[in-house]
Design a protein around this ligand. Structure first.
Ligand code: NAD
Length: 292
């Protein structure tokens, strides 16, 4: 399997597609804005003028699109991916979407002989660039194994977690952890600043204790400097918490802290900060504290 179509070449998809080229695959890119396709061509990929042209004769199709409606339109429309892909090919949706859509795609794929996996990722832009993403995969185990050579070029921790939609459920749990941790890191930093302690030394010592975590390690300094270039946009975190809370509600699981953090993310978005990095949650803590 050497021919891959990659749809959605944004913050994540751009470097992921480039890593597939580096690993020796033939990668044809398609994206709404052409500049992103040209960047892929610059790193050795190919360009397609239409979705159908990209997807027609390839062995593997990957989508890395923003939201559930984007994936639904691209995959299920009359001239969409599932209508165009050749039978026997593998379609891996790596976007974070509603697990119900992942199940629907798998059903629709089965009718046409196309093997569908949901494979959302964690690790952020840095993980996409380094090829060190965590990839959580739902679908048939055989199809997962067939896709492994491709997934291995994108991530270092890759796990099959159950049938279709399961990858999205694991990603939903991941987003609860990430958003909740960002909120607690933000509250801690605002507290440290209020008492004028040496915040850099504090981050170092906290990082080595039981409270140490990747958010503090990777984003602590930029949060202190109030640098919020995404990274992972607030709009996407808002979408993901909606998916997580919906999935929890559907099965009767209660997530009180997750719901509270989702409200705080909504507030940040309502204040016009949807395009900032999600670590901008510290702005809400500051504003609730009458600071900043
Ligand atoms: P992004 O907005 O940077 O990229 C999405 C790309 O898709 C853009 O280049 C856009 O032009 C393109 N696109 C949108 N609609 C299209 C269409 N109809 N046809 C063709 N191209 C289209 O988003 P991103 O940050 O790369 O995130 C992509 C997915 O990965 C999302 O589901 C997100 O939740 C998930 N994710 C992101 C991160 C992160 O740190 N950014 C981390 C893990 C998972």
């Amino acid at each position: 399997m050497t021919n891959i179509a990659f749809i959605g070449l944004g913050i994540m998809g751009g470097p992921m597609a480039a890593n597939l080229v580096k690993a020796g695959f033939t990668v044809t890119g398609f994206n709404r804005s052409r500049a992103a396709v040209q960047r892929l061509v610059g790193s050795g990929g190919k360009s397609a003028d239409s979705l159908a042209e990209a997807a027609r004769d390839v062995d593997v199709i990957i989508t890395m699109l923003p939201d559930t409606p984007d994936v639904k339109a691209i995959a299920l429309s009359d001239e969409g991916l599932l209508a165009t892909a050749k039978p026997g090919s593998i379609y891996v949706d790596m976007s974070t979407v509603d697990p119900a859509l992942s199940r629907l795609l798998a059903e629709a794929g089965k009718e046409r002989g196309i093997r569908v996996l949901d494979a959302p990722v964690s690790g952020g832009q840095q993980g996409a660039v380094e090829g060190s993403l965590s990839i959580m995969v739902g679908g048939d185990r055989e199809d997962f194994e067939a896709a492994m050579p491709v997934l291995s070029a994108l991530g270092t921790t890759i796990a099959h977690v159950g049938p279709s939609g399961s990858g999205q459920i694991v990603k939903a749990a991941n987003q609860l952890l990430v958003a909740g941790t960002i909120e607690l890191v933000a509250e801690s930093l605002v507290l440290l600043e209020a008492y004028r302690v040496d915040t850099t030394a504090a981050i170092r010592v906290l990082g080595a204790g039981l409270g140490g975590n990747r958010i503090l390690e990777r984003k602590g300094e930029s949060m202190l400097g109030r640098h919020f270039t995404p990274g992972f946009r607030v709009d996407l975190q808002h979408k993901d918490l909606g998916i997580a809370l919906g999935a929890a509600r559907d099965i009767g699981v209660v997530t009180p802290l997750g719901s509270l953090v989702a409200q705080l993310v909504s507030s940040l978005r309502a204040q016009g900060h949807g395009s900032l990095d999600h670590s901008a949650l510290i702005k809400v803590v500051e504003s609730l504290s009458g600071r900043g």
